[in-house]
Design a binder for this molecule. Sequence first.
Ligand code: AMP
Ligand code: FE
Ligand code: FE
Ligand code: ZN
Length: 284
Amino acid sequence: MRVPRIDLHAHSSASDGTATPTELVERAHRAGLDVVAITDHDTVSGWAEAIGAAQRLGIGLVPGIEVSTTWYGRSVHMLAYLPDPANEALAAELQRTRAGRESRAREIVTRISADYPLDWDAVEQLALGRTVGRPHIADALVEQGLATDRYDAFDRILHPRHGYTVPVPAPSPVDAVQLIRAAGGVPVLAHPGTVSPERVVPRERLEQFVDAGLFGLEAHHPENHPEAVPLLVQLAVDFGIDIVGGSDWHGSGKSNELADGLTAPDVLERLLDEATGSQPVNLG
Ligand code: AMP
Ligand code: FE
Ligand code: FE
Ligand code: ZN
């Protein structure tokens, strides 16, 4: 029997992906995935379109969000599956973060413009109606001939080491986990092993997330360091939480391909059992 292929992390043009929600679902279908999640940064604005496409194609869809959080000055991403998008506390927090992202992006552009001929209008055009992020600033830099692609823009300009980037103002991961659970959603710590095997989420911090209601760790992610994966799996076992996988596909905005990270079917089943905020498509 074939094991269903389940990718629980992908972005559309509702945030910093390059494909529309419809294209995302079509690509997932063509890639032979049985289930895909749409997890744009801090927004549910791609959900309706993705749901329509999944219904037409008969592919499983898990609506989600990649929620921005800050932990001791560092950015931490928290995936939220199937929360109630109408939950007032969650909607208000996402709204605050999106507004904060805009002020932050303006600040980054102001700093960059001291050294490069870049203005806010160019970025605003590219980010219109989307959750704005550094990838849109990267795209503007490419458009102006100041970088060759997003990777080059991050390497030379947008990485925090260059001093132009400021953090996204966002809630703590503990607050986010509680907010997501209160909205009936299922929280998963995104790509916790990307920095280095020595820098996977520390045990005592993870304990706080688990106490708050964390469902699992995204151990299977193309950017997790290979040596971090067994450590993450062990942490999940020790804390009795689940192991999730996703590709973090951003269309042509990143080299990650759909299915580069997969979730086991029994994990998806438990996730669906715990989710009470909204309905998946073509599942159960
Ligand atoms: P932001 O949310 O504005 O801090 O931007 C983070 C986003 O930028 C991530 O979600 C990725 O989509 C993208 N990103 C981060 N690092 C890189 C990189 N080195 N090259 C290309 N894209 C990146
Ligand atoms: Fe992104
Ligand atoms: Fe992320
Ligand atoms: Zn992501």
